[in-house]
Write a protein of this length. Structure first.
Length: 297
């Protein structure tokens, strides 16, 4: 059985636990909506990835760090919403408890294919939470001698800042957080389960390419578990009294790529073929971000 190699980089007072790359990753020809990805990397972009960890590796034991906690490093694929948060999160059609104004806004975004032009993600903005595009992502766990300090989630498609930080040092949320794409996240270990509480989101990103909206009242609680080498399960409580009539429970699962696969550098804005290059006005530069209609008080 192949095992994940771990390199421990010692910095003054801090060490980062990182998987060691085994070989150079596959090459991408171009970036943006028309990107072509080497066939040894994926099958059909946006559906199933073809090289996942082999069955014997995937079924192997959960790798662990020096303190006995699960090593959640990855690299992973999947584990969030993309095309439709309702379907991707394990709900039946119509179960997402959108308030009338939010449902109307989502439907308006879909009219005449507007979601294929208006989606913020297509303009190289971050995807937010719980969205995952069909590219790999990685968790990096940071420790000091006193214990964990941070967890970082890195996305291959960086989207102008695709880095999420989770504070593991016992701090609380600020009283009035500045709204951001990934919010303010604090985490703790509950046995072998990582629990992440996040508030302070902005309202600029969409939950999926279907245009499901939210407001700055969004509050998520994620629970990460790694039952074996090849699987990362993520259950989420999503609450947003501004857009949902009640909290909703979502379930996602990510799959491990082989140990010799690594994240590639992907600079979305470097060769984006969608925006002005594709004949579309950059509505997010000209009109600003956020919800297209006022949110009811």
């Amino acid at each position: 059985m192949r095992k994940l190699l771990v390199a421990v980089v010692i910095i003054p007072f801090t060490w980062l636990v990182l998987p060691l790359p085994a070989q150079a990753p596959a090459q991408v020809e171009g970036v943006g909506s028309g990107a072509r990805v080497s066939p040894d990397r994926v099958g059909k972009l946006g559906t199933d990835w073809t090289p996942v960890a082999s069955a014997d590796v995937a079924a192997g034991p959960t790798p662990r760090l020096h303190d006995g906690k699960p090593d959640l490093s990855g690299p992973w694929v999947g584990g969030g919403s993309n095309g439709n948060i309702e379907r991707d999160g394990g709900l039946k059609s119509g179960e997402l408890p959108l308030l009338p104004w939010a449902k109307a806004l989502m439907e308006r975004r879909q009219q005449d294919g507007r979601n294929e032009i208006d989606e913020p993600y297509l303009y190289c903005t971050p995807m937010g939470v719980p969205r995952k595009n069909p590219y790999p992502w990685r968790i990096v766990q940071s420790y000091t001698a006193k214990g964990p300090t941070h967890i970082f989630i890195l996305h291959e498609n960086g989207d102008g800042g695709g880095r999420r930080q989770i504070f593991m040092d016992g701090r609380s949320h600020p009283n009035d957080p500045i709204p951001t794409w990934f919010g303010h996240s604090i985490g703790l270990w509950d046995g072998d389960r990582l629990v992440v509480d996040t508030v302070g989101y902005n309202d600029k990103f969409w939950f999926d390419s279907s245009g499901t909206p939210h407001t700055e009242q969004l509050h998520t609680i994620e629970r990460f578990t790694r039952p074996n080498y090849g699987t990362l399960n993520i259950s989420m409580t999503l609450a947003d009294p501004g857009a949902f009539s009640r909290p909703v429970e979502l379930k996602f699962s990510a799959r491990a790529l082989p140990p010799d696969q690594e994240l590639m550098e992907f600079i979305c804005a470097e060769n984006n073929q969608f925006g002005l290059a594709g004949g579309h006005d950059n509505i997010y530069r000209e009109k600003g971000f956020g919800l297209e209609v006022p949110v009811p008080k």
